[in-house]
Design a protein around this ligand. Sequence first.
Ligand SMILES: [Zn+2]
Length: 232
Amino acid sequence: MRLSWLRSARAEDRFETWITQHHQARVLAGETTPVGPCPDESFLRDLARKSRRIKLADPRVDHAATCPTCMHQLLGFRQKIRLRRRRFEVAGLVAACLVIAAIIAVAHYGMQRQSPPENMAVVVRTVNLWDAGTYRGEQPGQLQSVWLPATRVRLEIILPRFSPPGQYLVAVTRDQSGNGVMAEGSATALASGNKETVAVDLDLQEAKTGQYFLSTTHEQDQASYYYPLQIK
Ligand SMILES: [Zn+2]
């Protein structure tokens, strides 16, 4: 029922288009006799735009429909209007795509920012300070090269021999006075056998490659020890 109605509507459309084209061809070939003088361009423009200002009873409509000159102009205007409309549609589509892309980008960025650190790629590093002497200015530590990557690091430190248990603050600093803290974290040392280890998360993503110091500070005695560190 519905389909047959659609089909007949389409057939009607085709028939109407055929009549219009047939009529246009006759007019353009000069086979019709227009009545009255040619209307001005603005009227033809309005007519092409199917403006509401145009009254079908207006004799100029009849003229334009039978005059080859006016018909020619009308068809030209129609084509321009159609072209402009299509350009608008394309521009609208492009704008819509850009808005969608922006929304996706913002959502993606937001999700990245919101995701908890444990979901981020974290590099696990262990630094063994068991045999390390502390670095106190004049005597460079006996520490072999300790280096960390410039990223999020889960750092496990095996504390030097005889380190007391308790809470430790671990920091990466620019100098050995504790200035220029790049990253820090605190945790309670865990005893494994006779060794104390402390594990902290350090965000070194902003750190530039170069020489730094790794410091451990015991919460109770507030004594800080500095070890040379390289960030690569
Ligand atoms: Zn005319």
